[in-house]
Design a protein around this ligand. Structure first.
Ligand code: PLP
Length: 348
């Protein structure tokens, strides 16, 4: 079968040969006892890369997000969160069911958190109001846009949070993309928050895993919550080994991925019948809107699939494409040609 060009998500990459070899060779032990050497090494490498005291491997970004909120809040707190955040929209209401906190959504146009809205959303407890227990950021922001939150905006959030004595959490599923787009070290972003989560499965291309990063005290608390959720692992070194390869060798790809997203957006913008929701992609995500129902989006997706191109439907007339290290420049050109071939006859 011909290779599919996978643009639905950067989570849908396949592990590299180097990752599979590292997984096969990984020294392992019981991680619940803290005796898995590969997991310990990955946690130490990640903590030092981000300038945090300690790290904890979890099975997914979703688990990290939920463990973090449970560790950082109390039942009945309010949590400020971006309206388009994964934590708020894509985690089966974990905020309200697991942590039993009340989300207070604010706007973050183009990934910049509205500090005025955040200021008025920050509340202390009274006889009738719940206190804000946590501010949750996401960078890059919005899984259908990949907007980059500026360092200045993050500093602004940090300042507000400090003034109110509220901790800040960062969902950094795509923090490698954010740092590459901003041209700042990972530690500069991590420094603005108390705790963050990074996904090994997005731009880094690993098959599994996420890391929570924070103070030693936070990580000890998070470890017990992860255990309570059934997320304690035994020989997790097989996952960690791929994670180490990802952290050590895959970070440089983000610049090329972003260039490919811009190339894709530029080519698509030139086609009749297609509008860009991300006219100038800031990272690795391109979203389009069909200006006409002809051809319908489902039909377009099917026809692209027949040409071995996979894109993801995100609305009635909207779709997204996410670039990653398994999509090269020739692939982007082929995708554009496929769009042209499908659309041109129909709009003629
Ligand atoms: C993918 C993603 C997650 C969740 O990661 P999983 O490993 O799929 O659970 C969380 N937040 C953001 C912003 C993501 O893109």
């Amino acid at each position: 079968m011909a290779r599919m060009i996978e643009l639905r998500s950067d989570a849908d990459t396949l592990p590299t040969d180097a990752m599979r070899e590292a997984m096969a060779r990984a020294p392992v032990g019981d991680d619940i006892l803290g005796e898995d050497p590969s997991t310990n090494e990955l946690q130490a490498v990640a903590a030092s890369l981000f300038g945090k005291d300690a790290a904890l491997l979890t099975i997914s970004g979703t688990m990290s997000n939920q463990v973090a909120v449970m560790a950082l809040t109390q039942r009945g707190d309010e949590v400020i969160v971006g309206r388009d955040a994964h934590l708020y929209n894509m985690e089966v209401a974990g905020l309200t069911t697991l942590s039993q906190v009340q989300p207070r959504a604010i706007d973050a146009p183009h990934g910049q958190y509205d500090l005025d809205q955040m200021r008025s959303a920050l509340r202390s407890s009274s006889i009738q109001s719940a206190a804000t227990g946590l501010i949750c950021l996401e960078n890059t922001y919005n899984l259908n846009a990949g907007d980059v939150c500026s360092l200045d905006n993050m500093i602004g959030v940090r300042r507000l949070a400090r003034a109110h004595g509220v901790p800040v959490y960062l969902d950094g599923a795509r923090v490698f993309n954010a740092a590459a787009a901003l041209g700042v070290p990972l530690s500069a972003l991590a420094e603005q928050v108390d705790v963050l989560q990074i996904c090994l499965t997005k731009g880094l291309g690993c098959p599994l895993g996420s890391l929570l990063l924070g103070s030693r005290a936070f990580i000890e608390k998070a470890k017990r919550i992860r255990q309570r959720l059934g997320g304690g692992m035994r020989q997790s070194g097989v996952i960690a080994a791929a994670g180490l390869v990802g952290l050590q060798t895959m970070r440089e790809h983000m610049h090329a991925d972003h260039a490919h997203a811009r190339l894709l957006a530029k080519g698509l913008a030139a086609l009749p019948g297609i509008g860009l929701l991300t006219p100038e992609p800031q990272s690795n995500i391109v979203a389009i809107e069909l200006a006409t129902r002809n051809p319908g989006l489902d039909d377009l997706i099917e026809q692209l699939k027949a040409r071995h191109v996979l894109i993801k439907k995100i609305g009635e007339r909207q779709a997204r494409m996410v670039t990653h290290f398994q999509v090269d420049t020739a692939d982007v050109e082929y995708v554009l040609k496929s769009f042209r071939d499908i659309l041109a006859p129909r709009l003629a």
